[in-house]
Design a protein around this ligand. Sequence first.
Ligand SMILES: Nc1ncnc2c1ncn2[C@@H]1O[C@H](COP(=O)(O)OP(=O)(O)OP(=O)(O)O)[C@@H](O)[C@H]1O
Ligand SMILES: [Mg+2]
Length: 505
Amino acid sequence: MSEYILEMQNITKEFPGVIALNNVNLKVKKGEIHALCGENGAGKSTLMKILSGVYPYGTYSGKIIIDGEEKHFSNIKDSEKNGIAIIYQELTLVKYMTVGQNIFLGEEPVKNGVIDWLEVYSESSKILNELKIDINPYIKVMNLGIGHQQMVEIAKAISKKAKILILDEPTSALTESEAEHLLDILRELKSKGVTCIYISHKLEEVFDIADSITVLRDGKTITSNKKENFTMNKVISLMVGRELTQRFPKVQHNAGEVVLEVKDYTVYDPEIPNKKIIDNVNFYVKRGEILGIAGLMGAGRTELFSSIFGAYKGRKEGKVFLEGKELTINNPNEAIKNGIAYLSEDRKRYGLVTLMDVQENIALSNYDRISKFSVINNNAKVKYAEKYVNELKIKTPSLAQRVGNLSGGNQQKVVLGKWLMSDPKVLFLDEPTRGIDVGAKFEIYNIMNELVEMGVCVVFISSELPEILGMCDRILVIHEGKINGEFLIEEADQEKIMHCATGGN
Ligand SMILES: Nc1ncnc2c1ncn2[C@@H]1O[C@H](COP(=O)(O)OP(=O)(O)OP(=O)(O)O)[C@@H](O)[C@H]1O
Ligand SMILES: [Mg+2]
């Protein structure tokens, strides 16, 4: 028998106007963790969707060989029967169902003709225990954070007796400790003989966990080898096709006058009366600076800035001044009119209409700028869309492509284009580089610098300390709804920030 549990040979897949995969080869050894690296749009997710039957046999060319045997999958069930389980970039759990119900969804054990719920929950507990995941199977998924939801997805895959587990950017929405836990779970699975294909833009993680690495670029296999034969810089240059010597294009900014000032600001939980999510914070943002907002997931950063932007449901107290003038913002439209823009961490929920095309999405929330007497000027719309597609290097076959068909990272760039078009005075960027490849991250950092040069105030919320330290001029650290530390970049380091983020003084 072949030492490879999986071989994908000469896989080619076309979409209208796009060759997503062009003769791609992938060989995965039994029991290894095999990382798939590549820029946004390189074809990683598409390759995995072919392997898992999302794109059935006949819609691509090439061969899938599992344990030496060629397979033709007509659907996802087929691939599952062959031991393949995939955890997508976007989670797919049913939120109003319990953890146990989700783990066994569609595969519920039956006793005397009815679903055996006792078995569902006891088996769920067993699987969760084996993976050392501490989650109550009776709890509803909507009450779990993203990190725990991700773990439920894994438990679900394991309940299907997966031999090959595919994870497509599993940690992009996780905190550092959640991500570490997830990597531990993968090591545990590996020790049980499960093979894993791992997609991540976090190269530190890849180098931590992978045994082998395959790099895709523009739909082609560039190289595949054992991890030991790579360095991180080597992988980066293979991914982007050029040397990228510097990860953070930090420039010295000169902070000017205060533009945004937030006073005694408190945000309440929308569900639980009088529970404060943000507790009386005071801060300001100056023209010409990048203000970094650090903190652990759940510290209240997103709630604070989406509340200022008028997009958070919970009650708020306090004052917001823009250029000295007090603002009352009750909804995002009022924020945009006043020159405040907010790029959300959850692009699907707040940023994009995936069924609409690229130019519509960029124009969304900017109709004022391209209309006269309520008539939309289509030429202007196209011109703006072209401008941002070019400036942000958005990879799309045309402006008329549906955004849902773009790769994850390119979707993020479309949202950014939309907010840049609104010509904001203050731009809140909430995890703007999540799920974005190193080359595109670099472009986004450059854009941040340019915006600051143009006089825009940039607030940069990120859970990744290297980029906060690499790009910001001043850093606020939020812990449990309070500002628990402020640093000028000269005095900040990873350790000090973590200390404040975890509640230390
Ligand atoms: N359903 C689709 N219709 C049209 N084009 C598509 C579709 N799915 C993917 N593409 C295109 O195929 C190419 C590969 O996309 P894919 O999602 O596989 O990239 P990726 O490597 O997973 O990127 P990312 O890191 O951003 O997730 C991209 O150019 C994308 O726009
Ligand atoms: Mg992808």
